[in-house]
Design a protein around this ligand. Structure first.
Ligand code: 5GP
Ligand code: MN
Length: 334
């Protein structure tokens, strides 16, 4: 990371800051945003965290979560607040289309822009771009950013708790996308007072009976295997959404169960959300699901974890996915 004097000036002199992250914010989006907010507060900045859509309930326990503004819900307030900002910090996304209408609005506002992100192929939408596709998470990068600014001491237990959240969620509790820094950072955060088991408890022991029944339904009734392509799929219909009263975050992590099967190399979760069909793809090894999502579904993400939206029907989307498998057969069987 390179820190020019212009950037240092922006961070060290109080600004009116908007911290933005992507639609359907996950633990890394929320963790990195709130960590940045608590860091900037120590320099006297005024800041608001704004997301396009709501975040899963388990993250409500993070410090500052109660003050986050949601564009879909608080649109007018968001516009009002954004109009006064002179610094925009983009975390865990790298293209305006990842923040939908919030992006359409922010695109034309005056002000400086900083992007910190670990997804592939960043768009040049900021004055200061920190892009590291080898980073486990944006939270890892926010930690490096704070340390790089010479502010190690500003990583308080509150900042640490938020950073630790993204480390845990984006690595599946240190199971994938790790690197030596992840463990060094985790150790440093624990030394600085982060209660690591409390964070894991907040994230993983917050399921409801409904979540477990939905998981049971997915595993019993909605799972399909295509062994000739080492691929597995779980799908959910609009009716399932109604029957299980599926809300934000309820389907998080379901796709990962498919990867726990030894021979499965490609896992897909295709679900008919109330307004759109959402795909989540996961892979093991060299198979690049980012390419599949980008090329065929106009989505993106990481090599082993990507997502996309389809405006076709659930059936048409599932058929399209299945019909793609022969194209990737060689890689799937490698
Ligand atoms: P998930 O499948 O859990 O929604 O997302 C997996 C990864 O893909 C995340 O890093 C997420 O940011 C990214 N992702 C999900 N949906 C989209 C999308 O529609 N477009 C792009 N570019 N990335 C996505
Ligand atoms: Mn991330």
């Amino acid at each position: 990371m390179e820190f020019s004097s212009d950037l240092s000036q922006l961070i060290r002199v109080p600004q009116n800051v908007a911290i933005l992250s992507h639609r359907n914010p996950d633990g890394d989006a929320i963790g990195s945003s709130l960590a940045m907010q608590h860091y900037l507060a120590q320099y006297g900045h005024t800041s608001h965290v704004i997301f396009p859509s709501e975040f899963p309930v388990e993250f409500e326990a993070l410090p500052g979560a109660e003050e986050v503004l949601i564009w879909d819900i608080h649109t007018e307030e968001c516009k009002h607040v954004l109009a006064k900002k002179n610094l925009f910090i983009f975390l865990d996304f790298n293209a305006y289309n990842r923040i939908d209408r919030l992006g359409d609005y922010v695109k034309d506002l005056p002000g400086s822009r900083i992007m910190i992100d670990h997804h592939l192929y960043p768009d040049p939408i900021a004055d200061f771009i920190f892009s590291d596709t080898a980073a486990s998470s944006t939270c890892e990068m926010v930690y490096q950013f704070i340390v790089g600014m010479g502010d190690h001491m500003k990583i308080t237990p509150m900042v640490g708790k938020c950073i630790y959240t993204g480390l845990v969620t984006d690595t599946g509790s240190f199971r994938y996308a790790t690197n030596p820094n992840v463990y060094r950072i985790a150790a440093d955060l624990v030394e600085r007072g982060t209660d690591d088991t409390a964070v894991q408890d907040m994230i993983f022991n917050s399921q409801t009976e409904k979540n477990l029944r939905l998981l049971g339904h997915c595993l019993s009734n909605r799972m399909e295997f295509y062994p000739e392509f080492r691929t597995a799929l779980i799908w959910l219909s609009k009716k399932d959404y109604e029957q299980f009263n599926i809300q934000r975050g309820d389907t998080e992590g379901i796709v990962n169960y498919l990867l726990s099967v030894r021979d499965v190399k490609l896992a897909a979760f295709i679900h008919n959300q109330p307004t759109v069909v959402k795909l989540s793809l996961r892979s093991k090894g060299d198979l690049d699901v980012q390419e599949i999502c980008k090329k065929h579904f106009n989505g993106g993400g990481h090599k082993n974890a990507s997502g996309a939206y389809s405006h076709e029907s659930l059936k048409a989307t599932i058929d399209k996915f299945k019909n793609l498998l022969p194209e990737y057969k060689e890689q799937l069987l490698k």
